[in-house]
Design a protein around this ligand. Structure first.
Ligand code: PHE
Ligand code: NA
Length: 453
């Protein structure tokens, strides 16, 4: 048997884990979620979610990968013959995400070029849904959108090229370039944003605490949901990445570094986005609350407007903003796609090159659906389904099976403590065995109630 592929350095693993964590969710999801969840007051549920569920679960996934040395399905099958399906379920969800995440990165890539001379014009919403995605043109539903196709091909060529080169020569090198570049570019954007006229108004809107918000269960659910999605937990990713750790490598400290780096970037994004929104509100003579947006609307409708209004160098800053989306997105897409590339390669005993061609090829082909006229509707539906039922449910099953059915936590604790700087204690088992299942159970319950009534 071939020796298992390994990370070349500790920093390489950390960069890759951070690269997976920092994604579109940090830039376009967190700021809006925090604003809706009480602004400054949201940091209370958010930090509690990070410390009671996010980091403990990250430690657990790092331990599983490190101990069983396999992609998610193989690791779960080594844990117990009966649990391989949990790994495949997570891999399947990751596969679905990759088919549409790639399309959004492709849009960002096109927009980085459009930004150079603001070719989206004044009506940015009309441009996105009209000229660019052609969703208005009902007669042509189902035809490929030409503006999306070429960037989408580039996105997949980069992603599959990186995966083809393997763990050290592909994933590690890519993240060691992408992540530092992303941080530098994003800092430049944030410094520019906070010095724009009106920035202070935006920051005030973002940080002003509304403590009544955090008495609502929904806000706590939103905080835990954001932490799960943002840390890429329950997607098979962190298990796969940690399976390439050398035998003697830290687990717990690496999880803390990954968790805090991701949250720091999230905070930075909140500052940058809201400073820019404050600028835009001031220009338009309206309140900040009237321009707040998240997701596709924030990135592809509101940001182009902000860039149109820029006092100087709008082409450059627009380009940098969309480039940061591309870099954050690509490093996450690489991690999502590695879950099935490795999963398939181990299950069917085929080479990395073959499973990149099969798994990556299938994902790339399916992503074409979202690149068709009208595909945005599927994209919304897929994203809704995944976020509502994929993440929370897998996370719940994962902790219940590990903590209660297999009763593995004491063994995992010993394993992690054998290699880590920071010792795990009873708090870790309480977080995973009791707090996390209760919160995730409540999350699922309220989702069902919401969807039934
Ligand atoms: N963690 C990434 C983000 O914040 C998103 C992601 C989710 C990446 C699932 C991979 C898998 O955007
Ligand atoms: Na994230």
């Amino acid at each position: 048997m071939e020796a298992r592929e390994q990370w070349g350095t500790r920093a390489g693993f950390i960069m890759a884990a951070i690269g997976s964590a920092i994604g579109l969710g940090n830039i376009w999801r967190f700021p809006a979620v925090a604003y809706d969840g009480g602004g400054g007051a949201f940091f209370i549920p958010y930090l509690i979610a990070l410390l009671t569920a996010g980091i403990p679960l990250l430690i657990m996934e790092f331990t599983i990968g490190h101990k069983y040395r396999g992609s998610a399905p193989l690791s779960y099958s080594r844990m117990s013959k009966k649990t391989e399906w949990i790994g495949w379920w997570a891999v399947f969800v990751a596969f679905v995400i990759s088919t549409y995440y790639s399309v959004i990165i492709a849009w960002a890539m096109s927009y980085s070029v459009f930004a150079l001379n603001q070719s989206w014009g004044d009506d940015t919403e009309g441009f996105l849904f009209g000229e660019y995605l052609q969703v208005a043109d009902a007669g042509q539903i189902g035809s490929l959108v030409p503006g999306v196709l070429i960037p989408l091909i580039i996105v997949w060529v980069i992603t599959l090229g990186v995966l083809f080169r393997g763990v050290q020569r592909g994933i590690e090198i890519a993240n060691r370039i992408f992540i530092p570049a992303l941080v530098v570019i994003f800092l430049i954007i944030c410094i520019r944003a906070v010095t724009l006229p009106g920035a202070a108004l935006g920051l005030q809107a973002f940080f002003e605490p509304d403590f009544s918000a955090i008495t609502s269960g929904e806000v706590w659910v939103a905080a835990y949901g954001q932490i799960f999605f943002s840390l890429s937990i329950a997607f098979a990713i962190m298990i796969t990445y940690s399976s390439y750790l050398p035998k003697k490598s830290d687990i717990t400290n690496n999880a803390f570094i990954t968790g805090f780096s991701n949250s720091s970037f999230e905070l930075l994004a909140g500052i940058g986005v809201f400073a820019a929104l404050g600028f835009m509100a001031t220009q338009a003579g309206v309140g900040v609350d009237e321009v707040v947006a998240g997701g596709i609307g924030l990135a592809f409708v509101v940001f182009p407007q902000i860039i149109n209004a820029f006092p100087a160098l709008s082409g450059l800053f627009g380009f940098l903003f969309f480039l940061s989306l591309v870099l954050a997105g690509l490093s996450s897409l690489i991690s999502i796609s590695e879950t099935y590339v490795k999963g398939i390669s181990e299950k069917f005993n085929i080479s990395r090159a073959k499973s990149v061609a099969i798994g990556g090829g299938a994902a790339a082909l399916l992503s074409l659906i979202f690149a068709t006229n009208g595909g945005i509707n599927f994209l919304d539906a897929a994203d809704y389904f995944i976020n509502q039922f994929g993440v929370a449910l897998i996370g719940l099953v994962e902790v219940i099976v590990v903590a209660w059915f297999l009763r593995k936590l004491p063994e995992f604790q010993e394993h992690a403590n054998g290699v880590s700087d920071i010792p795990l204690g009873l708090w870790w088992r309480v977080c995973l065995g009791i707090i996390t299942p209760i919160i995730l159970g409540y999350m699922m319950f309220s989702l069902f109630v919401q969807n039934l009534f």
